[in-house]
Ligand binder design. Structure first.
Ligand code: ASP
Length: 452
């Protein structure tokens, strides 16, 4: 019997999770005390989901470090190293800017914050109620306003590498690995080759482990999505519908129009092939709402299913998972202007322009974990002149619908990184992308032999 392709397995799991999660949600709607089975289902599904999430997270630090080190040792000695770096950052800046502008345009056109007074009262009440520990924590982290943005850049150079790794601060880890790889590439031939072989074999072992873990993605997705949907308040979407729609429309335009244009006209590839190649990673990003946790899968899809070289993926993807968040930047921008409309905070052209810049800058520092953009949003609201009460209530309002939007924007974040890898790989003269996929050999062996 023909094996069902991984992305279809995940789609089926996701559909099942939606059915079960929403059924449990509606079945117990309005109940003061939930029945026993509800708690049991939430616990056991959550247990399975957590196992999968932990396994993915477990691979992030080893995979990021070894991939970057191997990638940079390979290209560090070449003259085109700087060019590769500049191209990558240029692509990230351009797509990020386009995403924010799309968000800004839509939120000004749709005006989701212009609501009738009675709806505004409901929203405010819900916002005040949602004042959970998470929001307070985010507020504390963002107290410093503009300095918060600078702090992000400070984290780039960690005082203690292991501390950064333990805290999952990828930016610091990336910086160290880039520097280390670069200086290894400058070593005399013999020690350089020894180092390369060592890091390559380590990386190959980590990739094999990742592949093993990915096989469990359908079960993991089931476990992650069921509890999320069981506990998501659906009535809030009625109130927040216009806002959620603005965000989703913006994300949709970025996903289906803007990024495919780059694939079509710069990479000269068929965007549909890329969607197919990236489906497992995007579905996992959607289920986990964490681009960091999805990184092992993203790397696997871009290398094996899309066929981009190790050299390009090892550099662009870990960096992208941390600094390139198109969906997040778009979301931040829509939220800030939406809240300004809701609270009647005046936002002239100059303020809106500074929101664009801040959304771009803060999205660089937002960690690839669920709801991480709340901190960035508070930083921007502070800087844009909202008062503390408006900030607390405003973030509360957004928080109640955040999870589902987070799932969507994370999928866009991951897709954006993967497009960067393809576009940059193609402009570096690579070819033969998607051949495995087109020939129906999704899971075939890597094109590039690591030890050749
Ligand atoms: N959850 C997002 C990510 O991991 C970050 C965010 O927008 O909150 O990419």
């Amino acid at each position: 019997m023909k094996k069902i392709a991984l992305h279809w397995q995940i789609v089926i799991a996701l559909a099942l999770a939606f059915a079960v999660g929403l059924w449990a949600n509606f079945e117990t709607e309005g109940m003061e005390e939930k029945p026993d089975w509800f708690g049991e289902l939430e616990y056991f599904a959550g247990f399975v989901g957590k196992l999968f999430l932990n396994a993915l997270k477990m691979m992030v630090v080893p995979l990021v470090t070894t991939s970057i080190i191997v990638g940079i040792i390979n290209v560090g000695g070449e003259r085109n190293f700087g060019r590769l770096g500049l191209k990558t950052l240029g692509f990230y800046a351009a797509t990020g800017l386009l995403a924010v502008c799309t968000g800004l345009l839509l939120v000004n056109l749709i005006q989701p914050g212009e609501v009738p007074p009675e709806l505004e009262a409901t929203m405010r009440a819900q916002g005040a109620e949602a004042d959970s520990a998470k929001i307070q924590g985010a507020e504390k982290n963002a107290e410093d306003g503009f300095r918060g943005i600078l702090e992000i850049f400070q984290r780039m150079i960690p005082a203690n590498l292991f501390d950064a790794a333990v805290k999952g601060q990828l930016l610091g880890l990336i910086f160290f690995s880039l520097l280390f790889g670069f200086f290894v590439s400058k070593l005399p031939e013999k020690p350089r080759k020894t180092q390369l072989r060592f890091w390559e074999s380590l990386n190959a072992a980590f990739l094999a482990m990742t592949k093993f873990i990915i096989a469990f993605a359908p079960i993991g997705v089931l476990g992650l999505v069921i509890p999320t949907l069981m506990t998501t308040g659906t009535e809030l979407f009625e109130v927040m519908g216009k806002f959620a729609l603005t965000v989703l429309l913006g994300l949709g335009i970025h996903l289906f129009v803007v990024l495919p244009l780059f694939l079509k006209f710069i990479a000269k590839e068929n965007p549909w092939n890329h969607f197919r190649a990236m489906a497992p990673a995007m579905l996992t990003a959607f289920s986990t709402a964490s681009s960091s946790a999805t990184l092992p899968l993203t790397m696997d899809c871009v290398r094996k299913r899309a066929g981009v070289s190790n050299k390009v993926t090892s550099f662009t993807l870990p960096l992208g998972a941390t600094v390139n968040m198109d969906g997040t930047a778009l979301f931040e921008c829509v939220v800030v202007v939406f809240l300004a409309q809701l609270f009647g905070v005046e936002m002239g052209f100059v303020t809106q322009f500074s929101v664009v810049v801040m959304a771009l800058l803060t999205s660089i520092g937002v960690a690839g974990i669920p709801s991480a953009s709340l901190v960035a949003i508070i930083v921007i609201l502070n800087a844009a002149g909202f008062n503390p009460e408006q900030i607390t209530i405003g973030v509360g309002i957004v928080y109640v619908v955040d999870r589902v939007l987070d799932m969507c924007r994370t999928a866009i974040n991951v897709f954006g990184d993967s497009c960067a890898a393809v576009v940059i790989g193609k402009t570096e003269g690579e070819s033969g992308y998607y051949e495995n996929l087109v020939q129906g050999q999704d899971e075939s062996e890597e094109k590039e032999d690591l030890f050749a």
